[in-house]
Design a protein around this ligand. Structure first.
Ligand SMILES: Cc1ncc(COP(=O)(O)O)c(C=O)c1O
Length: 443
């Protein structure tokens, strides 16, 4: 193999990888039909038949409920909104703690903050990257009101022991399934294993409506409370005769008819899109298996990972390289992806920084200058956000984890062969890359 691109050689590939454009004629026709109808949204934020939204939103919700075997599905305008509504519906408030993963998109934890509750970060399992039950157990206090489980990267968390622990302690479980639609745990869709599930339909997800989300639950009271928070609860509860008005402070989290029409089409495409992703991952893992400093997640047989991203574990000692040097070398070998121009090759070192290292947690300031919710008079705990509290998360993020997205359809075997070729080219040029690394550190 030739000289590494990072050392001035020719890259493995220059032509961009194909983009994940999953919007087609079906969506165009469905959107046209909504436009022709003239009804782009039919919500009324009051006690009225239209309180639950328009006909397309309601068909989308029914289809989602059926596809995911959930009694209730409520469309919202993002998973962020869905998480906020879920936490509100759970009755969480000042003085409460919510146990959550630190290795997730920020909104999973902010959902606690907006209800003036305190996020408590438990650590991840180093194989699934989801919360470990042992760590959750250590973090439970009399103040723990809920646990937010994030099925990160599309891999289901080990839900059985988590549900057992939560039931024993009378704690509600919210599943953040934003990255895991169609993932299953022991045959059951994730998002339906806990008390409430939340899915994302943003542009980057397996299926999308541009922006959007869905909340699922089998509990009719939680469903009613989510629908109230979604749509101006405080204006409606009086006429609706709602007895429990705790957290019945409403937002506008409503999804429009156009997004719902797109969602109906996307829902049908979801299973085959996920299937293609999984096929591409097995192909790629087969190709990369003999690189000694890389390792892949082990998946239990009764679990279906849907690979929102593909996590790879990197062993710096075996490679004799820093993970960042390896990732930079891959980036130099591979092109960007269409529709994601400007991001370079879709590979990175780690994922998002452990959430507690962000200023809101380091300075303990969210609402007001006095630092609510951390200093709220109802809160009698002391929460620790120091570096080091979640060692597995920090190890994954700062040392061992590589994530990439170069397996999304319509990546063909030829495209995947180019991805694998870049990895192998580096494996075959390790001495040169080590020298480059030493010289860069020295200069
Ligand atoms: C794990 C997780 N939770 C929540 C969200 C928020 O989703 P949305 O962009 O739909 O608000 C995301 C989005 O990336 C996510 O990955």
């Amino acid at each position: 193999m030739g000289k590494l691109a990072i050392l001035g050689g020719e890259p493995v590939r220059k032509k961009p990888f194909p983009g994940y454009n999953i919007i087609g004629e079906e969506e165009q026709n469905a959107v046209s039909a909504v436009l022709d109808s003239g009804i782009l949204s039919r919500y009324i934020g009051g006690q009225h038949p239209d309180f639950m939204g328009g006909p397309v939103v309601q068909s989308f919700e029914a289809a989602w409920a059926e596809a995911f075997s959930s009694k209730h599905a409520l469309a919202v305008n993002s998973a962020t909104s869905g998480l906020y509504a879920a936490v509100g519906a759970a009755g969480v408030g000042p003085g409460d703690e919510i146990i959550v993963s630190p290795y997730t998109m920020m909104a999973s934890a902010t959902a606690a903050i907006v209800y003036n509750a305190v996020p408590v970060f438990a650590d991840i399992d180093p194989n699934t990257f989801c919360l470990s039950v042992e760590s959750i157990k250590e973090k439970i206090t009399p103040r723990t009101r809920a646990i937010i489980i994030v099925h990160i990267f599309g891999q289901p968390a080990d839900m059985d022991p988590i549900m057992e622990l939560a039931k024993f302690n009378n704690i509600l479980v919210i599943e953040d399934a934003a990255q895991a639609p169609f993932a299953t745990y022991k045959g059951q869709p994730v998002g339906t294993l806990g008390d409430i599930g939340v899915f994302s339909l943003n542009y980057h997800k397996h299926i999308h409506t541009g922006e959007g989300g869905v909340v699922t639950t089998n509990d009719p009271e939680l469903a009613e409370r989510v629908s109230l928070i979604r749509n101006h609860a405080e204006a409606v509860v009086g006429k609706r005769g709602t007895s429990n008005i705790v957290n019945m402070v409403g937002f506008n989290f409503r999804m429009g008819e156009i997004e719902a029409a797109i969602g109906l089409c996307q829902l049908k495409k979801g299973p085959s899109l996920v299937e293609q992703r999984c096929k591409n991952i097995s192909f790629l893992e087969r190709k990369l298996r003999d690189i000694p400093f890389l390792a892949f997640q082990e998946c239990a047989e009764d679990v279906r990972h849907v690979y929102y991203v593909h996590p790879i574990k990197f062993n710096g000692q075996v490679s004799g390289l820093k993970r960042e040097t390896f990732v930079a070398a891959i980036k130099a070998e591979l092109p960007e992806t269409e529709l994601r121009e400007g991001e370079g090759a879709l590979i990175g070192a780690g994922y998002v920084r452990p959430i507690y290292l962000e200023p809101m947690y380091q300075q303990k300031i969210a609402f007001g200058e006095n630092g609510y919710p951390f200093t709220h008079p109802s809160y009698d705990g002391t929460v620790n956000y120091e570096k080091g509290i979640c060692p597995e998360t920090e190890k994954a993020h700062f040392e061992t984890l590589i994530t990439h997205e170069m397996m999304r359809p319509p990546m063909s075997e030829d495209d995947l062969n180019d991805v694998a070729a870049a990895f192998h080219k580096i494996n075959e040029n390790l001495p040169q890359l080590r020298e480059f690394e030493t010289n860069s550190i020295g200069s």
